[in-house]
Design a binder for this molecule. Structure first.
Ligand SMILES: Nc1ncnc2c1ncn2[C@@H]1O[C@H](COP(=O)(O)OP(=O)(O)OP(=O)(O)O)[C@@H](O)[C@H]1O
Ligand SMILES: [Mg+2]
Length: 540
């Protein structure tokens, strides 16, 4: 607005002001003649115009904001007068509450509340608090037009005019029903899980903090370990371990292993509150939050003393039976050799002398007697073979290193399977039990090769390595079916036959083990026993 200070511009200025602003310089303007008066009037007009422009801009912004508020779909935004009657209504409010603007404007906002909230005067209380504190927030059930309810987060703020007069309230409402339902479902499932874990009787299930202090306790833990929750929560879990385990740093090591491997499992003695011990199966699992930060450990302990005792009894029984079987075989072998073998040998001698005492004219009788001599010889041989298979005397006399090739020779002759043997010349003697156990493995494995593998060859190695005597029997047959191989796994308890289980058991009793590897190209059975192992079977 510059350049209107000359008299000839007066008319144009008046017109422009009238057309665009509605503000016209006062009537005295045309009479103003002095340059100074005209200048003053123009400045005044300029100022009025500035005010008008600001107001136009502010109305434009208000209009934009109103359009925005009306369009917001996820939030109910509406205004109320100071008494709580609705004065404006947006699209979100219509969507969330179900009322059209025309249906609700002028109504009191208490109709959005549950009957009991209205009864307790909650709508007015919220308005009072908002009026007092400037704004108020609330979360709770609200009612839609159709009577259904939704979980709302509500903010009510006081609105004041420029003079500071309370002219109404602004309401912002967010429908949190879905979030609430999810939270509710989560809480319900967490609660159920907690109740279930607490109720379990057969397992001690509890949590440790990252340092190993007990932080939760269930019924099973109380039953198995004897502590009440209030007696144990906060204490370090090492109190469940025997003195020597604590001294050896076992509890702390278990937590470290659990973190390193993601899980730790152990079986061993644990101590109850009263000092008595039980044989426990323990699983420790690290627990992490969403950011993968370690927040503690879940510990599940089972009292398996009874099972352990039964297994131990069964193992003792098996060891005893295997020992009895060996003794029985040895006795039968010896009896066969010493009685039947001797009798047949004596009979052969007698038949020999009878044959030589017969007259040549009795040639047919002589012929028959000589046949009897031959049969007696075969009998003696057979008795000796059976007796030696039952219990090879050279095993005790000359040791495994000599008994293996002797056995292989007989096995090849009986089965037609070619065998080879490899052993260091200086392979010394082992304990009687170890030699017998390895010899039984040889017998059983070769019987299996003959019965199941279809292999035409078998290779046997005997060696000593790292304090272990190792006997290996390898065939090139069709292999052990994978189902049987899995079943016979490390424990071998569920293998179908007695052979593999018996071998495992024998070696286990000696502190050794049996390994089987098998493919469709053949099977290798490896038996390992400590070179120093002695007969400690009964105490194992
Ligand atoms: N060398 C082998 N080659 C192929 N299959 C084998 C071999 N050894 C064992 N098997 C398979 O494993 C099974 C279990 O063997 P195991 O010696 O335990 O029992 P078994 O020989 O069937 O009976 P038992 O030994 O009690 O007389 C066999 O039935 C057979 O199917
Ligand atoms: Mg077998």
């Amino acid at each position: 607005m510059q350049g209107f200070f000359r008299q000839e511009h007066g008319e144009s200025l008046l017109r422009i002001c009238d057309e665009h602003t509605g503000v016209v310089p006062d009537d005295g303007y045309s009479e103003l003649t002095s340059e100074e008066e005209r200048m003053r009037s123009v400045v005044r007009l300029q100022q009025q115009m500035q005010v008008l422009l600001t107001e136009v801009e502010s109305r434009r912004r208000e209009e934009q904001f109103r359009l925005f508020v009306e369009a917001v779909p996820d939030y109910a935004i509406f205004m109320m007068n100071p008494e709580g009657h609705v004065t404006t209504w947006n699209a979100g409010a219509e969507r969330i509450r179900g009322y059209k603007a025309s249906e609700i404007i002028g109504q009191h906002y208490s109709r959005f509340f549950l009957e009991e909230d209205v009864q307790s005067g909650k709508p007015q209380k919220l308005l009072d608090r908002a009026a007092k504190e400037g704004h108020v927030e609330d979360e709770g059930w609200r009612v839609r037009k159709d009577g259904s309810t939704f979980w709302a987060h509500v903010t009510i703020a006081v609105i004041r005019d420029e003079a500071g007069r309370h002219v109404g309230f602004g309401n912002l409402i967010h429908d949190l029903t879905e979030a609430k339902r999810a939270e509710h479902a989560l809480r319900w499932s967490e609660n159920r899980f907690r109740l279930m874990a607490e109720a379990v009787q057969d397992y001690a299930i509890f949590m440790l903090d990252p340092e190993g202090h007990v932080s939760t306790w269930n019924t099973g833990a109380k039953r198995i370990k004897g502590y009440k929750a209030e007696e144990i929560i906060g204490r370090h879990f090492s109190c469940f371990y025997p003195e020597e385990d604590i001294r050896a740093g076992k509890p702390a090591r278990e937590l470290v292993d659990a973190v390193a491997q993601g899980r730790f499992e152990d079986e061993g003695w644990r101590v109850r509150k009263d000092g008595s011990t039980f044989w426990a199966n323990v699983i420790i699992t690290p627990v992490r939050d969403e950011t993968k930060k370690l927040i503690g450990f879940a510990k599940v302990t089972r009292d398996i003393t009874e099972r352990m005792q039964k297994e131990r009894a069964l193992r003792d029984l098996t060891a005893h039976l295997l020992q009895l079987q060996d003794e029985e075989r040895r006795r039968i072998g010896r009896d066969l050799h010493d009685t039947l073998g001797q009798c047949v040998t004596a009979m052969k001698i007698n038949l020999d002398s009878l044959a030589s005492s017969l007259e040549p004219k009795n040639s047919s009788a002589r012929e028959q007697i000589l046949q009897c001599v031959q049969l007696a010889e075969e009998c003696v041989k057979e008795v000796r073979t059976i007796s030696y298979l039952l219990y090879p005397p050279m095993l005790e006399e000359m040791g495994l290193r000599s008994a293996v090739p002797w056995y292989l020779e007989g096995f090849s002759a009986r089965s037609g399977i070619r065998t080879s043997f490899e052993a260091p010349a200086d392979f010394g003697r082992l304990s009687r039990d170890t030699e017998l156990a390895l010899f039984r493995v040889l017998q059983e494995s070769l019987t299996n090769v003959h019965r199941h593998s279809g292999s035409g060859t078998a290779h046997v190695r005997l060696l000593a390595k790292d304090g272990m005597a190792i006997l290996q029997i390898k065939d090139h047959g069709k292999g052990i079916p994978s189902a049987i191989l899995e079943e016979s796994g490390e424990s071998g308890r569920r293998a179908i036959g007695v052979g593999l289980r018996g071998m495992r058991e024998r070696l286990g009793q000696l502190g050794g083990r049996l390994e089987i590897s098998s493919t469709e190209h053949g099977t290798t059975v490896t038996a390992m026993a400590p070179e120093s192992s002695r007969a400690q079977t009964k105490s194992a």
